[in-house]
Design a protein around this ligand. Sequence first.
Ligand code: G3H
Ligand code: 13P
Ligand code: ZN
Length: 311
Amino acid sequence: MPLVTSTEMFRKAYEGGYAIGAFNVNNMEIIQGITEAAKEENAPLILQVSAGARKYANHTYLMKLIEAAIIETNLPICVHLDHGDTFELCKSCIDGGFTSVMIDGSHHSFEDNIALTRQVVEYAHDHGVVVEGELGRLEGVEDDVKVSAEDASYTNPSQVQEFVERTGVDSLAIAIGTSHGAYKFKPGTKPQLRFDILEEVERRLPGFPIVLHGASSVIPEFVQMVNTYGGNMPDAIGVPEDMLRKAASMAVCKINIDSDLRLAMTGTIRKYMAEHPADFDPRQYLKPARAAIKEMVRHKLIDVLGCNGKA
Ligand code: G3H
Ligand code: 13P
Ligand code: ZN
């Protein structure tokens, strides 16, 4: 099975009322944990690579690890650039074999976002690659860019049709109240998402795949594990799973998850190191970390995304 784009995945997900998991990958153990769970649950997958991941692990290493995962699993897997911020970065990923790219022009003006996104779409479509655009800004940290609560803004549904028509994007990320990282909602407040905006976007773009960023649940078990074994993560709060299930049953076809992978890995490694202070073989602590990622991803595929059995 060669790498695939997300076109067919999204079509089926939209019709079936479920979503595809887009998991951020940075190294071999993360890729193995995710893809082993997907293989056992027969789930389609998007593996996404940020500019930071590409800098850390190197494009070729990540591509070859993903190619290895395809050989091992025989699953439909789409390789996606997460938060591309320039035409040059998107081009480099397209030329290097990615099947999907995100051009995140959400911090530009509406017109500049359209112009940049259109430029990427033209190059991508000429090369058989699909494009995710973004309208509206999410709070939180991506690489070196921090978006403050004041600068974050919800997507304006009245702009989505024009954006999609003028850019030709294949999917659209919108801002409805999620944010990147582990601190998504104010402590003591009830997490809320603007489902009214999602509904309005769906009404204006019937059948069009919508993407939800910042969609980790910040699983309390792993936060607790980090804190029990020497960490200090006060008031880490994620998106409740029932809200993600609801979004997946609507127009949301792609749900982005990174922080939950980081927490599963870090919590498990902290625990292992605390319990085995004399151990210095990386395989000994990476093995349980990989297993924790696998079980966490299995839970997401079945209980949150509903894409198990859909490969
Ligand atoms: O949206 C951001 C993702 O969590 C990727 O994070 O840029 O630190 O790799 P990163
Ligand atoms: P989280 O930080 O909620 O995992 O979001 C990841 C994401 O949106 C990657 O693009
Ligand atoms: Zn994101």
